[in-house]
Design a protein around this ligand. Structure first.
Ligand code: XMP
Length: 499
């Protein structure tokens, strides 16, 4: 049992994912029935327990949108200005709604040049035009790609080429999503503005959203206005409070306090501040690898914990600082402790295969956070390049010199003003092309389902019960007894697989 391996283990050895294997169980259900839904935080449950890491080569809005559409969640990195990060969150929140309750509107004075810039910045194709330039103003037209396609002068005002109000099909406030869908079908329009009795814009419905809604039954959405869930990372400096305010204003659902060693007075203070100032936003504290670290962050009010120190694929923290913990042990011990308080944990880093995900879940993790596994997908920031005929994307540690120079050092250095010498705790590299997340996430999900099925476990919840009631069998893959004997001088050579 896990208890035997992690607690009653006289060698005190830390276990990595590769040191362990889950023993098979009895299969009494089809693979498609394996339920992998799980909690990220106290209040956020995901259909797919996958989280993309807040790293500047992993999660910006495209990654976060696709992760959420696939049932997981993305955490937007903070290696950019607070305003830019809030914009990234806004792009995720605005991406897909049943009803878009606060569509980006244009005023009658907006020029074609400004429209084109907004289109590029926001990835939107159409904008309603209202007399105030805001939601709630009187609807006077809509701009779509077709309207602007043949205009060349960037200074022309929208009123000269928009589709004006009298040619628009609109719905009245109170329309249901089904009725709206029907109107869009019959009118063959792409957008349906919803107006009140004063002809003021109260919502916008997009045909593509309705379509996408159908295609993504697992999507992670808030129950309130059905926007995609989105997370964002912040540091623990005083100016991060302003960053958090902008993120909360943009509608962020979860803030990850991003630190390689989370058990600090700075983080405790930040968690307390966040919970008081933004009670609607869940907070994930970390990173931690021991119950005593976890205790401080839970006491401060964290709704979830991020577990892992120095075990990521681009990490050198364990070499440079000699501090950290083998990840399977960290996940087991922190998850077991946090469970007493109803706090889920996310196993962060070191995931290299679907098998590692299954192990993390079986050891008590609610979700897994991935960097290198996702950095090679189409949705990760950056362009592909070729090296020796292999298609790659750049991937770098946030503690690498390169990322620190771009602002990433806040995760590793508390007092930048006093720290003139930079000590890298990560490296830069590249990962191979993985194609689109839309195909890759279903592949990862299915791999995990097969793993749980082989172990005879029908759901992540059930794995939890089996873990703690001692009916989940785990074996060490390293022959521990030989290592122990060697350590005690009882045998001089190790079998090759034990070295
Ligand atoms: P994977 O293994 O998924 O790990 O690529 C991603 C996680 O690694 C952490 N991270 C770092 N750790 N130095 C470190 O020691 C770094 O430069 C670094 N950058 C990221 C982070 O927790 C991430 O989610």
């Amino acid at each position: 049992t896990a208890e035997k391996i992690f607690v009653n283990n006289p060698s005190c050895m830390g276990m990595t994912y590769d040191d362990l294997i889950v023993m098979p169980g009895h299969i009494a259900f089809p693979v498609g029935d394996v339920d992998i839904s799980s909690n990220l935080t106290r209040n956020i449950r995901l259909q797919v327990p996958f989280v993309s890491s807040p790293m500047d080569t992993v999660t910006e809005h495209q990654m976060a949108i696709t992760m959420a559409l696939q049932g997981g969640i993305g955490i937007i990195h903070s290696n950019m200005t607070a305003e830019e990060q809030a914009q990234e969150v806004l792009k995720v929140k605005k991406f897909k709604n049943g009803f878009i309750l606060d569509p980006m509107c244009l005023s009658p004075d907006t020029t074609l040049g400004e429209v084109l810039k907004r289109k590029a910045d926001l990835n939107f194709s159409s904008f309603p035009v209202t007399d105030t330039g805001k939601m709630g103003g009187r609807l006077i037209g809509i701009i779509s790609n077709r309207d602007s396609a043949f205009i060349e002068d960037p200074n022309v005002k929208v009123t000269e080429f928009m589709t004006a109000r009298d040619s628009l099909v609109v719905a009245k406030d109170g329309v249901s999503l089904e009725e709206a869908n029907q109107i869009l079908k019959e009118s063959k329009k792409g957008k349906l503005p919803v107006v009140n009795d004063n002809d003021e814009l109260v919502a916008l419905i997009a045909r593509t959203d309705l379509q996408k809604n159908k295609d993504n039954p697992r999507a992670s959405k808030d129950s309130h206005n059905k926007q995609l869930l989105c997370g964002a990372a912040i540091g623990t400096r005083p100016d991060d409070k302003k960053r958090a305010q902008l993120l909360a204003d943009a509608g962020v659902n979860v803030i990850v306090v991003d630190s390689s060693q989370g058990d600090s007075i700075y983080q405790i203070e930040m968690i307390k501040h966040l919970k008081a100032a933004h009670p609607q936003v869940d907070v994930i504290g970390g990173n931690v690898v021991t119950p005593s670290q976890a205790h401080h962050l839970i006491e401060a009010g964290a709704d979830g914990l991020r577990v892992g120190m120095g075990i990521g694929s681009i990490c050198t923290t364990q070499e440079v600082c000699a501090v950290g913990r083998a990840q399977a042990s960290a996940v087991y011990h922190v998850a077991k402790y946090a469970r007493k308080f109803g706090i889920p944990i996310t196993a962060d880093g070191g995931i290299q295969s679907t098998g590692h995900i299954t192990k993390a879940l079986c050891l008590g993790a609610g979700c897994v956070m991935m960097g290198s596994m996702l950095a090679g997908t189409d949705e990760a920031p950056g362009e592909y390049f070729y090296q020796d005929g292999v298609r790659l994307k750049r991937y770098r540690g946030m503690g690498s010199i390169e990322a620190m120079n771009a602002g990433g050092e806040k995760r590793y250095v508390w007092d930048t003003a006093q720290s003139h010498v930079k000590v890298a705790q990560g490296v830069s590299g590249a990962v191979t092309d993985k194609g689109t997340l839309r195909r890759y996430i279903p592949y990862l999900m299915q791999g995990v389902r097969h793993g749980l099925q082989d172990a005879g476990i029908p759901s992540v919840e059930a794995s939890r019960d089996r873990l703690y009631n001692g009916t989940l069998s785990i074996k060490t893959t390293t022959p521990l007894s030989y290592i122990l004997q060697a350590a005690m001088g009882q045998c001089s050579t190790l079998p090759s697989e034990g070295r």
